[in-house]
Design a binder for this molecule. Structure first.
Ligand code: SF4
Ligand code: SF4
Length: 324
């Protein structure tokens, strides 16, 4: 870099905290207003090296596919599969096994990082060497033993789910893509259907609804990350740990909400507080609203006036500004 360049970049550096904060907000806004595309879960289910080119599909687009016990590839896709567990998958599977979510995760999931956002997610354990064996829930004769509670990725297959955000658009747009893996003979079965009909048949709509804010966080963080994060940094480790806790251990998050100053900090009405005591789905949504608030300053949760004033006083003290 030349002296002139150095001088130029130094001139662009913020001189005050206010300027630095404004710069960070502007970077965040720019990141969130760029075109970004991220995969939420893959349509690819095996790791056998099939060359697969996913094809983007609109909701009304048609594709030919049927899976049933009579296909020669029965259960092949349930070996060495790469299955992301969404937060709602974890609640439903835990309910299926009549255990609490943390117990389910300890037995059947491993932590990983979502590629686009670098946020922690849970993946379903596969058996065998290097996870190339059958899914823990697969029975050679009967197929999936948790069929009614199977994860969203399994419901979607052979479709994958991604999210896009176009420049200038506030909301994200979900997109589907079709994956044709050589081993999957379901594509040769005669059964023409639209993406929307397939989604309905597979029961993914309820999953999408409950996972919506989780997808939103992954999408926004992927956008934000494409800009290198605030000042080129990743999200703090504690925020990632909290995000993973909300997704995988709702009871621990409940203790956090009720046993810390959380309820003294945010405006949450009494009916909602009652519901949070026993309703895991409501608590999950609160957790994601909180994450959207602290990660992206979205004001999904409003701070109590008293706490806000105390924070302002503390910030002023930290900056050495007198109360006079
Ligand atoms: S959960 Fe069921 S459908 Fe999904 S990979 Fe395992 S056995 Fe297959
Ligand atoms: S048709 Fe495809 S989805 Fe069905 S069992 Fe075979 S590989 Fe799996």
């Amino acid at each position: 870099m030349s002296d002139q360049d150095n001088q130029h970049s130094a001139q662009n550096e913020p001189k005050t905290l206010k300027e630095a904060l404004e710069r960070e907000e502007a970077e965040k806004a720019e990141a969130l207003s760029s075109d970004v595309e991220t995969t939420i879960f893959e349509g690819v289910r095996t790791e056998n090296g099939d060359p697969v080119v996913p094809v983007k599909m609109d909701l009304e687009d048609l594709f030919n596919f049927r899976c049933h016990k009579g296909v020669s590839c029965w259960n092949e896709c349930c070996h060495g599969a790469d299955i992301t567990l969404t937060p709602y998958d974890i609640l439903k599977l835990a309910e299926h096994f009549k255990v609490r979510p943390a117990q389910f995760v300890a037995s059947y999931a491993v932590p990983a990082f979502h590629e686009g956002s670098n946020l922690p997610i849970a993946k379903l354990v596969m058996t065998g060497k290097e996870g190339k064996g059958p899914c823990v829930f697969m029975n050679e004769k009967e197929g999936c033993t948790v069929y009614n509670a199977r994860p969203a990725t399994c419901r979607y297959y052979p479709l994958g789910l991604g999210a896009m955000k176009f420049k200038g658009h506030k909301a994200r747009e979900d997109m589907h893509f079709l994956v044709r893996e050589d081993h999957c003979k379901g594509h040769a079965e005669e059964n023409l259907q639209s993406v929307v009909a397939y989604r309905r048949e597979q029961g993914v709509e309820a999953y999408d609804l409950l996972n919506e804010r989780w997808v939103d966080i992954l999408m926004k963080m992927a956008s934000w990350r494409s800009m290198g994060g605030p000042g080129g940094k990743d999200v703090p480790k504690q925020t990632k740990q909290m995000f993973y806790m909300i997704c995988t251990d709702i009871d621990r998050f409940r203790s956090f909400v009720f046993d810390t100053r959380f309820l003294d900090t945010y405006e949450i009405d009494d009916d909602m507080i009652e519901s949070l005591k026993f309703n895991d789905e409501t608590l999950l949504q609160l957790g994601f609203d909180w994450m959207l608030t602290i990660m992206f300053n979205e004001q999904r949760l409003v701070m109590k006036e008293k706490v806000l004033q105390q924070s302002i006083v503390k910030a002023r003290d930290d900056m050495g500004i007198s109360g006079e």
